[in-house]
Design a protein around this ligand. Structure first.
Ligand code: FES
Ligand SMILES: [Fe+2]
Length: 406
């Protein structure tokens, strides 16, 4: 059974671009209306309160690892991370070591990165491969996982090579996103069924046009859900980011939309203040900029590194070794076509600046909060109506593990 679904949007398709521009214009209209009203924001119907143990309970953490990181499709990268036949992605952060390959017919395959001979890590570097040769005794595999050669074949008499291929892991490629489900099996991933009404929103982002510029792993000493919450609200910009983001973005104003278990949220930059009271015909062209959350652990930001130059940031959050640690894979992408060295350098700088703010401000305060909550039994937290994006995320996670938010 084929575990791969291939479907690509054409890069820069006029209809997707037109749709993105229309959505960007709508978002801007809503943000300017909030500013015109004196700084209102999209709100949830009520506040949401629950125990700090949601972030500190090891049993809950174990259930999340099993259900969300073992049994849910996860973003393993963008198509641009594995553009050509022979390219590979190594994906270890969800738990099992996973190897993704693109074969000569451009199909993706995913396997446990474990040699069926005696368990060596089959591929150790993210470099292009014509075939996969185990570093231990040189068993050799095709990019589709079939065992091609066993040196000293007579030592394995009676062993059928057809039964010793690599262990498959479900994988799918959809509109520039690569998904895997980090549990071995032959099942296929129904991406559109999984995304529901978020699928058209993500398709129009044309993530397939992104080419990687820089990536790394950011460590946080806090629960992964606490870390995730830091991406969904701008209420903290004025205080926590007073020297870094607050000069550029207006705090506590957001245009929020929920799509099944995902969301899109946009925050106004200070330049939008100048549009208040001005006829829309006089506004400058729209630059689409929004944060997208893909359940359960991925944040995609599409915006401009400078006006007219779009780029992508992808944050994928994974539980660390304990309930109080998180590993974030952070990557930035420039357009594959039309980004020269200077453009790519600007995107790399955006990576450095963002990683610095995230590590020294967001993840620092998250670590302090998590430490305090973990040592304060009975502590409770409350999401404001203004922290609207956080409500649905924590509710969806609680529902997926069948443990109520209490
Ligand atoms: S462990 Fe891979 S060839 Fe022996
Ligand atoms: Fe922040």
């Amino acid at each position: 059974m084929d575990a791969v679904i291939e479907k690509h949007a054409e890069p820069a398709s006029p209809s997707a671009l037109a749709r993105r521009t229309r959505i960007g214009a709508e978002i801007r209209r809503r943000l300017v209306a909030h500013l015109a009203a004196g700084g209102t924001t999209d709100m949830a119907a009520s506040t949401l309160q629950f125990g700090g143990s949601v972030y500190t309970d090891p049993a809950r953490f174990a259930a999340e690892k099993r259900e969300l990181f073992g049994n849910t499709p996860l973003v393993a990268g963008l198509s641009g991370d594995i553009p050509n036949p022979g390219d590979v992605i190594l994906f270890d952060l969800a738990g099992p070591p996973i190897l993704i390959t693109r074969d000569k017919d451009r199909q993706l395959h995913a396997f446990l990165n474990v040699c069926p001979h005696r368990g060596a890590r089959l591929v150790t570097e993210c470099t292009a491969q014509r075939r996969l040769v185990c570093p231990f005794h040189a068993w050799t595999f095709d990019l589709d996982g079939a065992l091609m050669a066993i040196p000293g074949r007579e030592g394995f008499e009676g062993l059928d090579p057809a039964t010793r291929g690599l262990t498959r892991v479900p994988v799918a490629e959809w509109n520039g996103l690569v998904f895997v489900q980090a549990t071995p099996g032959e099942a296929s991933i129904d991406v559109e069924g999984f995304l529901g009404n978020f699928a058209p929103e993500l398709a129009q982002l044309e993530l397939g046009a992104g080419q990687p510029v820089k990536s790394g792993v950011l460590e946080a000493r806090a629960n992964w859900k606490y870390v995730l919450d830091t991406f969904g609200e701008s209420y903290h910009f004025a205080r926590l980011h007073n020297q870094t983001l607050a000069p550029y973005f207006i705090s506590n104003v957001a245009a929020f939309d929920r799509f099944d278990r995902g969301y899109r949220v946009a925050f106004p930059d200070v330049g939008l203040r100048a549009l208040v009271g001005k006829p829309e015909a006089e506004w400058p062209p729209t630059e689409f900029a929004a944060v997208h959350f893909l359940f359960p652990n991925t944040i995609l930001f599409i915006g401009s590194v400078v006006p007219g130059k779009w780029y992508i940031q992808v944050f994928r959050l994974f539980p660390g070794d304990s309930v109080g640690t998180t590993r974030t894979h952070f990557a930035v992408y420039a357009p594959r076509d039309g980004a020269d060295d200077a453009y790519r350098a600007e995107v790399a700088q955006a990576y450095d600046a963002t990683a610095h703010v995230v590590m020294t401000e967001d993840y620092r305060v998250a670590a302090e909060a998590w430490d305090a909550l973990s040592r304060s039994p009975g502590a409770r937290v409350v999401f404001g109506r203004n922290e609207i994006a956080l409500h649905g995320v924590q509710q969806s996670i609680a529902q997926a593990i069948d443990m109520p938010l209490a």
